[in-house]
Design a protein around this ligand. Structure first.
Ligand code: ATP
Ligand code: MG
Length: 353
């Protein structure tokens, strides 16, 4: 018998209840084929839990998660739950407390999926966005002064630390060494001169330690246009929390659908479990109809296995996705009529074949 992995499974809300079980069925198929063991435990946390219990997860939720090898996560959010609530920071809390400081978001074109950038091929779109996941614009330190008066004003603090920038930069250069050896720092240091000026300085210092990797920096406005005009330029992108958040939706869009994007919130040292989730939200507008695209969620399972060291099984899932997309007639977001479960079954039967 191979290794054993304990996985915490959090469906979350909306389509999470359909696509996470689809992903777990794929995980079980590869575990059987590649001879390792997966034990799962389900947690019904998220906005639905908030409606019932006034909190997104129990007080000891983080302690519970620490006992697992990895967390397989759907998405959080319901229309009736205000998403500016401090408690909504459930995912931010998990990402920071478990020091998942790398948000790893690959962008690639699967066979048979038409990118909205019509003439682009699979060779043209294949890069990774690394979003700093613990600090930057999202530290949520700010204040609204005199909100209901003519003198109302508001401030948000953005913060970057040397430790925070160095560790994501090292991750980026090491990853680039396994890929096409090119790192692009996406920044806006010409206007956010303090935080991002410091960010650029620290990244450049780390870059000097990897002379075999090509390094360059690009401003976010130019990078956004370049995603559309010359996506083949990019290999590994390293960027801040908010800029990475925005760029990865654009990355999902140029892949053909937001429903295709997978991701990992990674603690590279393995001190705490990492968490794997699709890049999209809970899509309450299409929940409960078995029409959501499960590929982003299933790809996240592959990223999880890669992180756990089960490379062959991870590759098999990606090959299964390629097989499913190459057959055509995908889910509604890709103008098809296939159901969530049909796509998952295509991938499972490819793995079993
Ligand atoms: P969040 O704030 O959690 O990121 P969001 O407001 O950005 O959420 P999503 O839930 O990502 O919104 O949904 C945006 C749009 O994309 C919706 O119209 C939704 O139906 C669609 N969508 C998202 N994920 C999928 C999917 N897996 N399959 C099909 N359509 C999807
Ligand atoms: Mg979103």
């Amino acid at each position: 018998m191979g290794k054993q992995y304990k996985i915490a499974v959090v469906n979350g809300d909306g389509i999470g209840n359909e696509i996470v079980p689809a992903g777990v069925s794929v995980l079980r198929a590869v575990a059987k084929k590649y001879n390792f063991d997966i034990t799962t435990e389900d947690f019904s946390w998220g906005a639905g839990h908030y409606v019932k219990h006034g909190e997104f997860m129990p007080k000891d939720g983080l302690e519970t998660l620490k006992k697992f090898d990895a967390i397989y996560f759907g998405a959080v959010g319901l229309p009736e739950v205000d998403d500016t609530l401090p408690a909504k920071d459930y995912t931010f809390k998990v990402r920071t407390e478990l020091e998942q400081y790398v948000n790893y978001r690959p962008v690639k074109l699967f066979s048979g999926v038409q990118s909205p950038l019509r003439d682009k091929t699979e060779e043209d779109i294949d890069f990774v966005i690394l979003r700093e996941n613990n600090e930057g614009e999202f530290v949520q330190n700010g204040k609204i002064f005199y909100p209901d008066t003519p003198n109302g004003c508001a401030v948000d603090t953005s913060m970057v630390t040397r430790l925070g920038v160095e560790r994501i930069a090292h991750y980026a250069f090491k990853l680039a060494r396994k890929r096409r050896k090119k790192v692009t720092n996406v920044t806006k240091s010409n206007t956010l001169i303090y935080t991002l000026g410091f960010w650029d300085k620290v990244i450049a210092e780390v870059a000097a330690q990897y002379p075999d990797v090509e390094y360059g920096k690009m401003y976010i406005d130019n990078a956004s246009a370049s995603f559309v005009l010359k996506p083949e330029f990019f290999d590994v992108i390293v960027t801040t929390n908010m800029m990475g958040d925005i760029l990865s939706d654009l990355g999902g869009a140029i892949m053909g659908s937001l429903g295709l994007g997978g991701s990992g919130n990674i603690n590279p040292e393995g001190d705490y479990p990492s968490m794997f989730e699709p890049i999209h939200g809970s899509a309450p507008d299409i929940a409960g109809q078995n029409i959501a695209n499960p590929i982003g969620q299933i790809w996240s399972a592959a990223i999880m296995l890669e992180h756990l060291g089960e490379q062959e099984a991870a590759d098999a899932i990606v090959a299964g996705i390629e097989h499913a997309t190459a057959q055509g007639n995908l889910t509604k977001d890709l103008k098809g009529s296939a159901s969530t479960s049909e796509i998952a079954e295509r991938i499972v039967s490819f793995i079993n074949s």
